[in-house]
Design a protein around this ligand. Structure first.
Ligand code: PMP
Length: 456
């Protein structure tokens, strides 16, 4: 709401009457009442009762430059007056759309130098999924259509996005996955690693990609997709051995390697893109979130020379696109957002200063009886709750303990997310050391509360 338009005092009741929320049990939410977030600045948000929270989750992993950036609002306002909308379908473009593609390419390297714009990460998933199949077909490999993805991955909520994702409970709603998508195991050593060392386990699960390609037949496989660090699944930081082995396998067989950069892109890992941290070169890379820091919806797919060349030289029309692909106002906001990241050196700040600081702060929690592991890369971190640290035994209801600790943190003024029994950090890239301490101390308090109050 603007300052002059005051939200009605019964907004909660109106919300319950008319608004269906994403990923929510509406009966429960309507009974408990929704929290109304009405204002934000820097790393803080305020609810409609005036309570302030430290947002250690950057909205939904996206507000990389923090809230309250007037220059982004100005860029959008000016663009809206100049040209609020035009499409990019019929031989046209708009200045911010094209300039944004150039700016993104300046950071994604000489190989990933084309962009296809979408409005979200989910649409980006659907886009690269079609592109991968179209690419192989254009080369005459009609049978190369299967995509290998990972269990517990998240790639969006559209039909292709949710199918590519490996969340069983999402698949159960809507008869997913669609045909042509199969899932291999994730590199989640803490829970699935058994007696193997993390390094052995990393190699073992990476090798599953090779086994799956051989099982399906290389001539039938189009692509493998993974997030550099699995985000919504619980910030699953892979063992060091994982990505080099995936890189080796992807190079050995004729398949496309797809890096889902929706969370890991735009500085989150202390590099412009997550694949740069893990030193591999994807053929396609969906992006969104940090591209505009969430100020306006925009996403896209980064397309490598290899794929772009075929799309440009061989394909003819690609029958795919969105009314708002490359929307000029979103693009203008995104350009200003990227300019801020560059000017303030936020990627370097994450890599050299605040990322290592968060890592140390999280590691300080490992003396807690209920902390099984604490991991982070850049400003993406997770703390694993354990019932018994020595044996890596979990509480019998992982989701419940995560939610309890999350609720404690929120009550104490810090927004964190729980994924099962992992507590996730993904703060704005501008967070200060003192604010990191506040978030980590609040989590410690939440864990103390769990230790005292949750028995099984
Ligand atoms: N991919 C990943 C890795 C994501 O984390 C998300 C969103 N959390 C998506 C895709 C989907 O993005 P969106 O919600 O913008 O559709």
């Amino acid at each position: 709401m603007t300052k002059t338009a005051v939200a009605p005092s019964n907004l909660g009741a109106i919300d319950a009457a008319h608004h269906l929320h994403p990923f929510s049990d509406m009966k429960k939410l309507n009974a408990e009442g929704t929290r109304i977030i009405s204002r934000a600045d820097g790393v803080h948000i305020w609810d409609s009762n005036g309570k302030q929270y430290l947002d250690a989750f950057a909205g939904l992993w996206c507000v990389n430059v923090g809230y309250g950036r007037k220059s982004i609002a100005d860029a959008a306002y000016e663009q809206m007056q100049e040209l609020p909308y035009y499409n990019t379908f019929f031989g046209t473009t708009t200045p911010p759309t094209t300039l944004l593609a150039q700016k993104i390419a300046s950071h994604s390297g000489p190989n990933l130098n084309h962009v296809f714009f979408t409005n979200s990460g989910s649409e980006a998933s659907d886009t690269w999924f079609r592109m991968a199949r179209v690419y192989w077909k254009a080369l005459g490999h009609e049978t190369k259509t299967m995509v290998i993805a990972r269990k517990n991955a998240y790639h969006g909520s559209t039909v292709a996005g949710a199918s590519l994702g490996g969340m069983k409970w999402m698949h159960e709603q809507g008869n997913l996955p669609i045909p042509g998508i199969v899932h291999i195991n994730q590199p989640y050593w803490y829970v699935e690693g058994g007696d193997l060392t993390p390094e052995e386990f990393g190699l073992k699960v990476a090798k599953e990609l090779e086994d799956k390609i051989l099982e399906l037949g290389e001539e039938n496989v189009a692509a493998f997709v993974a997030e550099p660090i699995q985000g919504a699944g619980g910030v699953i930081v892979p063992p060091e051995t994982y990505w080099p082995e995936i890189k080796r396998i992807a190079a050995k067989y004729k398949i496309l390697l797809v890096s889902d950069e929706v969370i890991c892109g735009f500085g989150r890992l202390g590099t412009w893109f997550g694949h740069q941290h893990y030193d591999f070169e994807p053929d396609l890379a969906p992006i969104a979130k940090g591209l505009s820091s969430g100020y306006l919806p925009i996403g896209g797919v980064l397309v490598s020379e290899r794929v772009a060349k075929v799309m440009i030289e061989e394909l003819g029309d690609f029958y795919h696109g969105y009314t708002y692909s490359g929307h000029p106002v979103s693009a203008a906001a995104a350009i200003e957002n990227l300019r801020i990241i560059e000017e303030e050196g936020l990627v370097e700040r994450v890599r050299d200063d605040i990322g290592p600081y968060l890592n140390q702060a999280l590691l300080s929690l490992t003396d807690h009886d209920l902390v099984g592991e604490a991991v982070s890369v850049g400003l993406m971190g997770a703390v694993q709750i354990a019932a018994d640290k020595a044996t890596r035994r979990r509480f019998s209801k992982p989701d419940d303990v995560g939610t309890l600790v999350r609720n404690q943190c929120v009550s104490n003024g810090v927004i964190l997310r729980a994924s099962g029994d992992r507590m996730l950090f993904s703060p704005p890239l501008i967070i200060s050391r003192g604010e990191v301490d506040q978030a980590v101390d609040t989590l410690r308090k939440g864990l103390d509360w769990l230790k005292d109050n949750h028995k099984e």
